[in-house]
Design a protein around this ligand. Structure first.
Ligand code: ADP
Ligand code: MG
Length: 636
């Protein structure tokens, strides 16, 4: 079956980058509305009929799993069909601890009968952590469809494992699971357990919201912007993907633990692949990139399924699993109508009635890591006899060049000369077949691009790689990723506010410096392409680089913008940065560069000052053989 990919479903300018964007005239802020709804639910909870309470509890359980999928699929761009299996692990772990005679007799002496479910929770989390980590490290390195396929396989095998394990009760499952007790207080009443379920749900929403609204959250979002981009910003993408996968699995396991103590028995059925697919539906239908979309999706799908099971047999005059068919058709309809899921639509409607909230000022703004730039004239980046072969094609042939602190070095050459390939060699995106690259005097070998970033290499991309939906500020702040260090847990618990404020302030400073101050809070995709290139420069600068690599920065800029860019680069050069620029605009290059290196068919054919290059016969021949406009530019 094909699942809709939430990654491609979003349009450039529609979603507001921050949650508090809205009309000024509303009565409440979004935060106040959320608080009000929670209070209303808390009051109504004691008045609702028992049946409604149970349905609400199920919605809560499903939502917890779906939140994990929103993080994994909607935000991180990885698809898992296997979340139900992790729910099963959480459920079976506690069921086994609480009912197996061996476990009970050993453990109850230590923790008491009331402590068993908590041991079950720990066991479930530990097992899930181990399995998810192992599974993630095997599959997440591979690209494309391996993860979804692997989660399907994993989901199927665990389902049969549950069904065939004697000590887990086989197909019949495990009965007699005790209710949860908290401080000696039994939660056998569904109404009480429901409170715990919703408390866990709300806490998860809060923690995930905080995580996304942080340095680590930006790094997680960057996973979707492509590996090369994220790694160049210093993000260890393989590690982040595994951590995200584990996080989603742990949320599923917690849901399973609660489920086991609500249902009081477990069997394999609710943990099969079908349910895994349903969880994915919930996340996607609600709005794959939005945490509250998970709750919306879980609610809609739970209620819909229930209605269909009631109504269809009467309509069709026969019973059977027809709801599955209708369900599938409805799903297609919903996704046709709301490609981004339903939450963004709801958000747009509601933002007319809400007023923007205030962002709290942090008390202690932290200081970011600072890098001391090397003295002007120091060689920062050096390539020695770099050769790159793609099969029989020699894209770079023994290219040697260097970039010094305080100079602009331009790399020019006709299309296909090997400039972008060389860029990849000296930024760690790809490794040379022969030769070596040194950055800050260190031989870089096969180091990944985040190691280059750590040593002070900042770069932009020929094809702009920004997160179009996110604001310019957020995009630029990603560039400062390696200058701060608070981790996932600190972010979830809001212990990163001082550091986060410093990162955002640094991002705004760089945006101002690049002349884009008025666009700082707009979605990056709403800017003109030329401006997006400048945003990439600001992002690189936020990392406080010693050397800056720019791949065609002037492409798509108007005359005045080009002049402003040249001024900016001159200023950076005066501050001591080394700049390597690939550029087709010869006027721009000749006015700016201190040195120029010319590539043709992967080989350096000339190096020198602009005036030397302009009179070099070999260069003129190369360009005359190629694009005429370049030749015109060169001789201008
Ligand atoms: P430029 O940026 O100067 O236009 P490139 O570095 O993109 O040139 O390309 C140089 C040559 O290497 C071209 O002939 C291109 O087709 C080839 N090339 C680039 N990348 C690859 C690759 N990943 N696999 C095979 N050939 C490639
Ligand atoms: Mg190129």
């Amino acid at each position: 079956m094909s699942t809709p990919t939430p990654t491609s479903a979003t349009t450039a300018t529609s979603a507001a980058p921050t949650s508090n964007a809205g009309a000024a005239g509303g009565l409440l802020t979004r935060g106040q509305l959320t608080a009000l709804l929670i209070v209303a639910l808390a009051v109504a909870w004691w008045l609702l009929p028992e049946f409604t309470v149970v349905v609400m509890s199920y919605i809560g359980l499903y939502s917890i799993v779906a939140i994990g999928l929103v993080m994994l699929t909607g935000v991180g761009g990885m698809t898992s069909f296997g979340q139900a299996a992790f729910v099963g692990m959480g459920a079976y772990a506690t069921a086994w601890v609480c009912t197996s005679p061996g476990a009970v007799s050993t453990l109850s002496g230590l923790v008491g009968m009331g402590g068993l479910p908590w041991v079950g929770l720990v066991l479930g989390l530990v097992l899930t952590f181990a399995v998810a980590w192992a599974l993630g490290s095997v599959t997440l390195k591979l690209s494309g469809h391996y993860l979804p396929l692997c989660t399907i396989a994993w989901s199927l095998s665990l389902y049969y494992l549950f069904g065939n394990m004697e000590f887990l009760g086989g197909q019949t499952g495990i009965t007699g699971i005790p209710p949860l007790t908290i401080a000696g207080y039994s939660l056998a009443d569904p109404r009480l357990l429901g409170v715990v379920i919703w408390a866990v749900l709300l806490a998860s929403l809060w923690l995930m919201h905080n995580l996304l609204d942080s340095r680590e959250g930006r790094a997680i979002r960057a996973l979707k912007g492509g590996r090369v981009m994220a790694e160049s910003m210093g993000v260890d993408t393989a590690r982040y993907r595994i951590k995200l996968f584990v996080l989603a699995a742990l949320l599923a396991a917690i849901s399973g633990w609660l489920y086991a103590h609500m249902q009081r028995f477990v069997n394999p059925t609710p943990f099969n692949l079908n349910i895994g697919i349903e969880y994915l539906f919930m996340a996607v239908v609600g709005g794959a990139g939005h945490l509250w979309g998970a709750v919306l999706g879980a609610t809609v799908i739970t209620l819909l399924k229930q209605k269909l099971q009631d109504v269809l047999p009467g309509l069709l005059g026969t019973s059977g699993n027809f709801e599955v068919v209708v369900f599938g058709l409805l799903m297609i309809l919903v996704l046709q109508r709301f490609a981004e899921g339903m939450w963004p639509t709801l958000q747009r409607l509601s933002s007319r009635l809400l007023r923007p909230g205030k962002v709290a000022e942090p008390r202690n703004v932290a200081t970011l890591e600072q890098r001391a730039l090397p003295a002007a004239g120091t060689v920062i980046l050096e390539a020695r006899d770099v050769t790159k072969r793609f099969g029989g094609l020699v894209a770079n042939n023994q290219v040697s060049m260097s970039v010094k602190a305080g100079e602009v070095h331009a790399l020019i050459g006709p299309n296909g000369a090997g400039k972008s390939t060389f860029f990849n060699m000296i930024s760690g995106v790809d490794d040379p077949t022969e030769g070596e690259v040194r950055l800050m005097g260190q031989v870089m070998g096969k180091n990944p691009s985040r190691a280059f970033a750590a040593l002070g290499l900042g770069r932009t991309f020929q094809h702009v790689r920004l997160l179009g939906q996110r604001s310019v500020v957020e995009n630029v702040a990603l560039g400062a990723h390696q200058r701060a260090h608070k981790g996932w847990l600190a972010s979830m618990l809001r212990l990163d506010r001082g550091e986060e404020a410093a990162l955002l302030a640094e991002a705004r400073r760089q945006i101002e410096r690049c002349g884009l101050g008025e666009f700082a809070d707009m979605p990056a995709a709403s800017l003109a392409l030329g401006q997006q290139r400048i945003v990439e420069i600001a992002r690189a600068l936020a990392g406080q680089p010693a050397v800056l690599l720019l791949d065609e920065p002037a492409a798509g800029l108007r005359h005045l913008e080009k002049r402003a860019l040249a001024e900016l680069l001159k200023q950076l050069r005066a501050e001591g940065l080394g700049i390597l620029v690939v550029e087709h605009d010869m006027e721009f290059v000749m006015n700016l560069a201190d040195r120029i290196t010319v590539l043709e068919f992967g080989t350096v054919i000339a190096t020198g000052t602009p005036s030397e290059i302009q009179t070099n016969q070999r260069v003129l021949d190369a360009y005359l053989g190629g694009a005429d406009d370049l030749a015109a530019g060169i001789t201008k």
